[in-house]
Design a protein around this ligand. Structure first.
Ligand SMILES: NC(=O)CC[C@H](N)C(=O)O
Length: 225
């Protein structure tokens, strides 16, 4: 399995993603977006950062680059694709996943550890966890508030495509445990296929044992298994 970690101008979590994947024994390489998706790509990570300075809206410009069209095609053919933070914003902006990420309720950049409840344990991203498990991972974003039209939220819930929700340490999904005001406490969602997922929190920053915990390992293990 060779995972391509796409690097845009302003990506800043690409090295972290490669380090985390390498730690789990997964072959991963950074791919500059202008170079296109390598033919031997078996999986894709769209990492965090500030692609193109978050101008217009976070992820809006990167979502319109040719490599993202290639990623979309690969995703439709079944290649696993994970968007993290700015990668989640790019995922929504490009239509890989539904909804949008907008300015935090606090109107501030927030960098903290949060708890997530695993809503589905039967996806490649969450097979390492039990349904309802609570994991602790960091967030670092200014535009992490998940928004979606009410009728689309209904469909998303009915189709069981919410992957993670912000919760407290006991797994209660409450407003107090919602760091950014996301609709329905949504922290991560699945695309049309279970092999496509985006999430605002950073599993790659909770993978190396000496750097912020290991609760995020399970997500990236999807590429190993
Ligand atoms: N860590 C990141 O990916 C930053 C996310 C983003 N561009 C924001 O501030 O909303």
């Amino acid at each position: 399995m060779t995972v391509s970690v796409i690097q845009f101008g302003g990506s800043n979590c690409d090295r972290d993603a490669v380090a985390a994947l390498t730690h789990l024994g997964v072959d991963a390489e950074r791919v500059w977006h202008e170079d296109g998706l390598p033919a031997d790509t078996d999986g894709v990570v769209i990492p965090g950062g500030f692609s193109y300075g978050d101008y217009l809206r976070a992820g809006a410009m990167a979502a319109r680059t040719p490599i993202v069209a290639e990623v979309r095609e690969a995703a439709e053919a079944g290649t696993p694709v994970l968007g993290v933070c700015n990668g989640a914003q790019i995922g929504c902006e490009s239509g890989l996943t539904e909804g949008a990420f907008t300015t935090n309720r606090s109107a501030r950049f927030q960098c903290e550890h949060v708890h997530l409840r695993v809503e589905r344990a039967d996806t490649p991203w969450t097979a390492a966890y039990d349904e309802g498990a609570v994991i602790e991972v960091p967030i670092a974003h200014g535009e992490g508030r998940f928004e979606i039209r009410a009728d689309r939220l209904e469909t998303l819930e009915a189709e069981n495509r919410v992957l993670f929700r912000y919760c407290d340490a006991d797994g209660n999904v409450t407003d107090a445990a919602n760091p950014n005001g996301s609709t329905a406490n949504v922290a991560g969602v699945l695309g049309a296929r279970d092999s496509v997922a985006v999430m605002m929190p950073h599993p790659e920053r909770a993978t190396l044992p000496d750097a912020g915990g290991t609760d995020g390992q399970g997500v990236l293990r999807a590429f190993a298994e």
